[in-house]
Design a protein around this ligand. Structure first.
Ligand SMILES: [Zn+2]
Length: 284
């Protein structure tokens, strides 16, 4: 139940439509190098700063449009919404907050799951969206990911999941923590079926998502500079009473420590993941 907020040679694709959700601003400031970027250009560069390689967050819809073969994606078509098992209320009721995010993002919850093709290879794909309640994992996210793994087993497709999450959804308490175990079982079932799971960690991948399926991939990839970890830096420093290194909980730090297989810039993801699948999937 940990939430993180951080202050914060591309391969352009011709269609801008999937990335035209944001029309209001022409310019955007890079939080890393502080350059002022022309938004259209930045979107064409897969939301990456051309000056310093800072990877901006991507919505799940943008990610699907840019990662999979054009027009190949079909959602699993399962419509679910949280039943608010705790009747949770803080400044406003969870139900009202949930409705607001559905309206604002056009999503049912913080993940999109479905089937598609990657360089002509069939795949099952789950993409989390940080803009829906910080990408938090509640019962709906858990159930959709479970269904994705089950579908992959039925179809004998590999699974690719992009994580972008602050962790378990605190408004659902223990019900959200249960999803960690439930998805872990689904991941194990996929492994028993001898099918690969590629986990791609994007900024941020933290809390209950990092502590469950995100680190259970057969191959674990990450985008440059992504914040990845369980508890926040301050909590850990206060617990162990030690100063942590500056790059602690970055993709680069975790790669150095052997927890991540590769860090891949966004423009290489399509090609590299397709190559990995070629090597993992046995041919007849
Ligand atoms: Zn920059």
């Amino acid at each position: 139940m940990i939430w993180f907020f951080r202050k914060k040679a591309p391969k352009p694709q011709a269609d801008l439509e999937a990335t035209q959700d944001v029309k209001e601003d022409l310019w955007v400031k890079c939080p890393k190098c502080e350059s002022i970027l022309y938004k259209k250009e930045m979107l064409l560069a897969l939301n990456v700063c051309g000056r310093c390689n800072y990877h901006f967050k991507m919505s799940a819809k943008e990610r699907i449009a840019k990662f999979l073969d054009e027009g190949s994606f079909t959602p699993l078509g399962i419509r679910l919404r949280s039943k608010d098992p705790l009747g949770f209320k803080d400044k406003k009721p969870y139900k009202a907050r949930y409705d607001e995010y559905v309206q604002k993002t056009g999503l049912d919850d913080a993940v999109i799951v479905g089937k598609g093709k990657l360089e002509n290879k069939p795949v099952c794909v789950g993409v989390m969206d940080f803009s829906f309640m910080g990408g938090s994992m509640g019962s709906v996210v858990g159930e959709l990911l479970r269904a994705l793994f089950e579908e992959a087993i039925t179809l004998r497709y590999p699974v690719i999941v992009f994580s972008a999450s602050g962790g378990a959804r605190m408004q659902e308490g223990v019900y959200s923590l249960m999803q960690m175990a439930k998805i872990s079982v689904a991941v194990a079932r996929l492994a028993e079926a001898r099918l690969p799971f590629i986990s791609i960690l994007t900024d941020p991948t933290t809390g209950g998502v990092a502590a469950s399926f995100a680190f259970q991939g057969d191959i674990i990839l990450a985008e440059p500079g992504a914040l990845i970890g369980f508890a926040g830096r301050r909590v850990i420093e206060q617990t162990i009473r030690k100063k942590l290194p500056d790059n602690f909980q970055t993709a680069e730090f975790l790669f150095e420590k052997g927890l991540i297989d590769r860090i891949l810039p966004r423009h290489l993801l399509r090609f590299e993941v397709a190559t990995i699948l070629d090597n993992l999937i046995s041919r007849p």
